[in-house]
Ligand binder design. Structure first.
Ligand code: PBG
Length: 323
């Protein structure tokens, strides 16, 4: 009898397709990145990321309350400091921009998950992710500053810290410093497999962290390597990472999948600024349908193995999911 198999039977209606869907998205698994700066009443557009803004703390709070109401519980903070210097002092100052934002958002949204991105590149005048020795980033000298930053962020009310610098040994240095300061309950979400990617381009407008010379290839990973991503992830877990991030997302679904198969901790994927910008640009041209393609990328990232998704579309996607 032909045909015995008719897979189309289960595709006939929307209800049937929803019933048998293998992968589902939930706003509870989104993490929304935000850019915060000094001043008042600021909501400055980011040229290469239409719909995304740099906020002052007073405008950020109502915005995050709105995102929270849509079902997104976790926010990832990036800071634009008042002053940059060779050692990135504002990253670990008690009154640094991210620390101020954490304190005030914590008061407004006591149950929100406030994740502090932990890196020096927004705070250094040279734009690299650590302390320089000549034209090289000095790994071990950077670790102390990262550890100090983690403690300052935890003191300010961070629910988690997320090191994105790609220095060797930083998870262990941060874990030790947090424990010594009494923050043994603060998890570390490590950007374990972070590639040296051209897709971070628009983020440089957003966070104003373009290196003044060279690039980040001497510390971020080579896109050619997948095995090495597993090595980085396993090392970070061994040093104490509670969650790990693969970044970017869509061009690295193979890596995401392998990491999900290999480890026991939650895995997050970071859908980065360039992934956002290229779809938004095509949508502006009328060449792609926003909701359809954004949801397709998110489901693809989830299907590949992400437990959590860091995405600039967190608010819109949650609204689409809520119908
Ligand atoms: C900072 C950092 C970057 C991103 C997150 N943290 C930029 C970089 O490493 O150059 C990129 C995020 C994005 O592109 O959305 N270390």
């Amino acid at each position: 009898m032909f045909p015995r198999e008719r897979p189309r039977r289960l595709r006939a209606t929307d209800s049937l397709r929803t019933l048998v869907a293998e992968t589902r998205l939930s706003a509870a698994q989104f993490i929304y990145p935000v850019f915060v700066k000094h001043g008042q009443n600021r909501q400055d557009p980011i040229r290469s990321m239409p719909g995304i803004f740099q906020w002052s703390v007073d405008t950020l709070i109502p915005h995050l309350s709105e995102v929270y109401s849509a079902g997104v519980r976790a926010f990832l903070f990036f800071g634009i400091p008042a002053q940059k210097d060779a050692l990135g002092h504002e990253a670990y100052a008690a009154d640094g921009i991210v620390q101020r934002a954490l304190q005030q958002v914590r008061e407004a949204l006591p149950d929100a998950i406030l994740i502090a991105d932990l890196c020096l590149c927004e705070y250094t005048d040279h734009g690299h992710c650590g302390v320089l020795r000549g034209e090289r980033v000095n790994n071990d000298a950077t670790l102390d500053l990262l550890a100090k930053t983690a403690v300052a962020q935890a003191r300010a009310g961070a629910s988690m810290v997320a090191p994105s610098d790609m220095m060797d040994g930083r998870v262990q240095a941060i874990r030790r410093a947090l424990d010594a300061a009494g923050f043994e309950e603060t998890p570390i979400m490590s950007y374990a497999a972070k590639y040296a990617s051209g897709f971070y381009g628009p983020f440089r407008d957003a966070a104003e962290n373009t290196p003044t010379f060279g690039d980040r290839r001497a510390y971020q990973m080579d896109p050619a390597n997948a095995r090495e991503a597993l090595k980085e992830v396993l090392l970070d877990i061994d040093e104490g990472a509670d969650l790990v991030i693969v970044k970017p997302a869509l061009p690295y679904l193979d890596v995401l999948h392998e990491v999900r198969e290999e480890v026991l901790v939650p895995v997050a994927a970071y859908q980065v600024s360039g992934e956002y910008a290229m779809i938004e640009a095509a949508v502006q041209q009328g060449w792609l349908e926003r909701e359809r393609v954004v949801m397709e990328t998110l489901i693809a990232i989830k299907r590949a193995g992400a437990d959590l998704i860091i995405t600039y579309w967190a608010l819109q996607a949650s609204r689409w999911l809520n119908g």
